[in-house]
Write a protein that binds this ligand. Sequence first.
Ligand SMILES: [Zn+2]
Length: 260
Amino acid sequence: MIVPFVNNPRFLNDSKRIMKEFAENVFTSMMEHARVRYGLPENFHVSLFVSFGKNRVWHQGGYFRDTGQPFVDIALNRLLWMVPYGSRFRIETSEYDYLTKHKDFANIYGTWKTYVAWALSHELAHALMDSMLLNTELVDLDKFFDSRTRNDRRPHGLFFQSIYRDLRVTFVNGVEYIMSEQVAANEVKAKRVYTKKVITEATESKGGRLVTYKTPEGVVLGTFYSKPGQKVQKLNLETGNFEDTAHDKLVEARKELLAG
Ligand SMILES: [Zn+2]
């Protein structure tokens, strides 16, 4: 699948703001939920970091060794391009094989919001577990976890799973987040996309031509596949599949694309 890379600064800033605000809101709700669920004291806080660094791929959750302050740090750069589209995709959590086999932790379909909520639920579970083990005053473990669970302290063991499951079931699995911000981001996209100058990139593929039209800023307008004697096909960004257009010639398909 071809991922449109959008490098317009205004677009990026809008998308980052929208993503960060959403992450902070969901995180606040998760913390309020955990506070009630485990009777956490009012002065207990977990620091949230939302990173858009290009080289940052991994999320982290735990506590700072020097201060003991718990934190969650999620890396969202790879998802930025999705903000204006609101497409649904498969969220793979397959790095934890034994977890994905369990129905509560299985891979799920959703939008970038589902992904953000998923990443937060996993990392917050680490931060909460570490905090509860580090500070024995924080939570009465005997009250909330049976002995087998509270004694399995592996990073993704039963203790972790118990906290993670609660967050997953409440904030991720089967939860549909409203995508209203998409409209604002789409307006920005629309302004950027329909500029006059269009850059064409073409490659030969299976006896036909694969053509991508971009703005000078690098915004992908559309990708077509054309082969003599058959309808021009257009790449559907949501499904990643090529679909027939009404046109036999690329130039007509391109005209329709640019007319918007
Ligand atoms: Zn983990």
